[in-house]
Design a binder for this molecule. Structure first.
Ligand SMILES: Cc1ncc(COP(=O)(O)O)c(C=O)c1O
Length: 476
C-alpha cells in the first residue's frame, strides 16, 4: 500500500513535466514533515505503477532528490528520506508563510506546485488553452516595436481597458468610461490602489465575516480598523453592520458569490448597502472575483450596475477567468474619483507588464475570452456535480452540501461540534487541500465546514478523492 503522501494526481497537461511534479510533491512532503527523516519511499516500480507513470519518471524525481540530499539510497533498505536531516529543520512550523495562506497551503516557495486535490482559489489549470495563449504572447513579443519599449500608460494598456469596458457592459451590466478603468496586479493590486487612494490609517472598514483573508489581511496591514460584518443566507447583514459601525469609511463585499460561502447578496440588501454608502459618503469595494461562474442561470448583475451615487469601486480579476499566474485584474473607479486614481496609479502602482496586457487584450478582443468562459462554465458545472454526487455517496452521513451552484468551491457542512481545523489538518496529512471555514472567520461563531475546490477535480477522479476524504473524516 502506497503511503498517503504519494496519493495525488499528476497532471499530464501541466506546464511542469511529470517527474518535476513528483519531485516537488516529495520535496514538499519532506519539508512539511509529512515524510520524516528515515521514512522509506516506495520502490520506483511500485510507485510508477500506482501513479500510472513510467519508471523513468520516478527514477528522475528520486535522482534529483538524492542529488540534493533529501534522499539516501541504501542497497538493502531501498530509498529513505535522509536520516541526517534534522527534524528540527524540517516539519511544520508556526508562522510559516505557506501555512498562513489557506489558498496556497502546500505551495513550494521557489516554484508554484501543481494543484493539490480540493485546492481553493484556482480555475481548471488543465483546461486553459495554453497553446493559443502562447501563440498570442509570441506574436506580441515578436512584433514589439521600438516605442513599445518605452514607459507605458500607468493606468494600463488602452486596448485592454477598452475590451474590459465592452465585457463589463455585455456581461456584468456595468457601463463606464475607459478613463475609469485601471489595470492592476490582480485583485490584491486593486485593493492596494483603493486603500492608498481613499483610506487613512485608523479608518473603520466593514469586513465580511467569514470573509476573504487576503482582503482582511491587506486592510489590517494598511492600518484600517476592521469591523466584522456577519454574513447569512442573503449575504452581508447590512442592518447589523450599520448597527455595529454606522460611520465606517469603506465596506468590503463579494455580492455575486460571497467568499467563501457562495451566497448572493439579496436585492433588498444591495439597495440598503448602496443607500448607506450614499448617506455616509462611504466607499464599497465590490470584489467580483468569480461572478461569471453561475451554473443554474446567467450571471447575476454586479452591484455596481445599481450604483447611481458613484460609491462602488468595482474590482475584477483574471485569476479565475484566465489563470492566476498572470496576475492581472482591474478596478473601475467612480467617475468623480478617476483623476485621483490615475495619480495614485502613476506614482504608487502602475499597471503590470505591457506584453501580458497586450496578450490579454488580444485574447479578449478576438473573442477567445467569451468562448473560454462559456466552455469553463460547462466544465465546472460537470465537475461540481460529479464531486457533489461522489461526496454524497461516500460521506452523505458525515457532510451536508447545500450551497448554490456557483463559483469554484463547495461548502461541506460538518456535524455541529466538529473542529473543522482539525479535520482540515487530517485532510492535509493525506495530501488533500480542503480548508476549514473557521480559518476565514474574524469573530468565529460559524458552524464547522470544509471548503473544497472542485475546478481541478476531473469527474472521473471524484469517487476516489471522495473516498480519501471519507478516510480522513474517519481517522482520529
Ligand atoms: C475572494 C477573492 N477575491 C479575489 C481573488 C483573486 O485575487 P487575485 O486577483 O489577487 O488573484 C480571490 C482568489 O482566490 C478570491 O478568493
Amino acid at each position: 500500500m502506497i503511503p498517503d503522501a504519494f496519493q495525488f494526481p499528476l497532471l499530464r497537461d501541466h506546464a511542469q513535466p511529470l517527474h518535476r511534479q513528483l519531485y516537488l510533491r516529495i520535496r514538499e512532503a519532506i519539508l512539511s514533515g509529512q515524510l520524516p527523516p528515515g521514512a522509506r519511499l516506495p520502490a520506483t516500480r511500485v510507485l510508477a505503477a500506482d501513479l500510472g507513470v513510467s519508471r523513468g519518471t520516478v527514477d528522475q524525481a528520486y535522482g534529483q532528490l538524492l542529488a540534493e540530499g533529501f534522499l539516501l539510497s541504501r542497497a538493502a533498505a531501498g530509498t529513505l528520506v535522509h536520516p541526517g536531516l534534522e527534524s528540527r529543520l524540517v516539519g511544520p512550523r508556526a508562522g510559516h508563510a505557506c501555512a498562513a495562506n489557506p489558498l496556497q497551503a502546500g505551495t513550494a516557495p521557489t516554484e508554484p506546485a501543481p494543484p493539490r486535490p480540493f485546492q481553493l482559489g484556482l480555475p481548471a489549470l488543465d483546461a486553459f488553452p495554453r497553446k493559443l495563449w502562447a501563440r498570442l504572447a509570441g506574436h506580441r513579443a515578436r512584433s514589439l516595436s521600438l516605442s513599445g519599449l518605452n514607459y507605458p500608460d500607468p493606468a494600463g494598456y488602452r486596448p485592454l481597458r477598452e475590451a474590459i469596458v465592452r465585457h463589463l457592459a455585455l456581461f456584468r451590466g456595468i457601463h463606464c468610461d475607459v478613463g475609469q478603468v485601471f489595470i492592476t496586479s490582480g485583485f490584491q493590486g486593486a485593493l492596494g490602489l483603493a486603500i492608498r487612494t481613499l483610506l487613512r490609517p485608523g479608518d473603520p472598514v466593514w469586513m465580511e465575516d467569514p470573509g476573504y483573508f487576503r482582503a482582511s489581511g491587506a486592510l489590517r496591514l494598511a492600518g484600517a480598523r476592521l469591523m466584522p460584518a456577519p454574513v447569512d443566507r442573503n449575504g452581508l447583514c447590512v442592518d447589523e453592520a450599520i448597527r455595529r459601525a454606522p460611520d465606517a469609511r469603506m465596506a468590503y463585499c463579494t455580492p455575486s458569490h460571497h467568499a467563501p460561502l457562495g451566497v448572493a447578496l439579496s436585492l433588498p440588501r444591495r439597495l440598503a448597502l448602496l443607500d448607506w454608502a450614499e448617506r455616509r459618503q462611504a466607499w464599497i469595494v465590490e470584489d467580483d472575483y468569480d461572478g461569471e461562474f453561475r451554473y443554474d442561470g446567467p450571471p447575476l448583475p454586479a452591484l455596481r450596475s445599481l450604483d447611481r451615487a458613484g460609491r462602488v469601486l468595482y474590482v475584477g480579476s483574471f485569476s479565475k477567468t484566465l489563470f492566476p499566474g498572470l496576475r492581472l485584474g482591474y478596478l473601475v473607479a467612480p467617475a468623480s474619483e478617476a483623476a485621483r486614481f490615475a495619480e495614485a496609479c502613476d506614482l504608487l502602482s502602475p499597471a503590470p507588464s505591457i506584453l501580458d496586457q497586450a496578450t490579454a487584450a488580444d485574447f479578449l478582443g478576438q473573442g477567445h475570452f467569451a468562448r473560454h468562459i462559456k466552455r469553463m462554465r460547462a466544465l465546472y458545472a460537470g465537475r461540481r456535480a460529479a464531486l457533489a454526487a461522489a461526496l454524497q455517496a461516500e460521506c452523505g452521513g458525515r457532510l451536508r452540501l447545500d450551497g448554490q451552484p456557483v463559483g469554484l468551491q463547495l461548502a461541506a457542512w460538518l456535524p455541529d461540534g466538529d473542529d473543522d481545523r482539525a479535520v482540515a489538518a487530517r485532510l492535509s496529512a493525506r495530501g488533500l487541500a480542503g480548508q476549514a471555514l473557521s480559518s476565514f472567520c474574524l469573530d468565529g461563531g460559524h458552524p464547522p465546514a470544509l471548503l473544497l475546490g472542485f475546478a481541478n477535480v476531473p469527474a472521473e477522479q471524484a469517487p476516489a478523492l471522495a473516498r480519501r476524504l471519507r478516510e480522513a473524516l474517519d481517522a482520529r
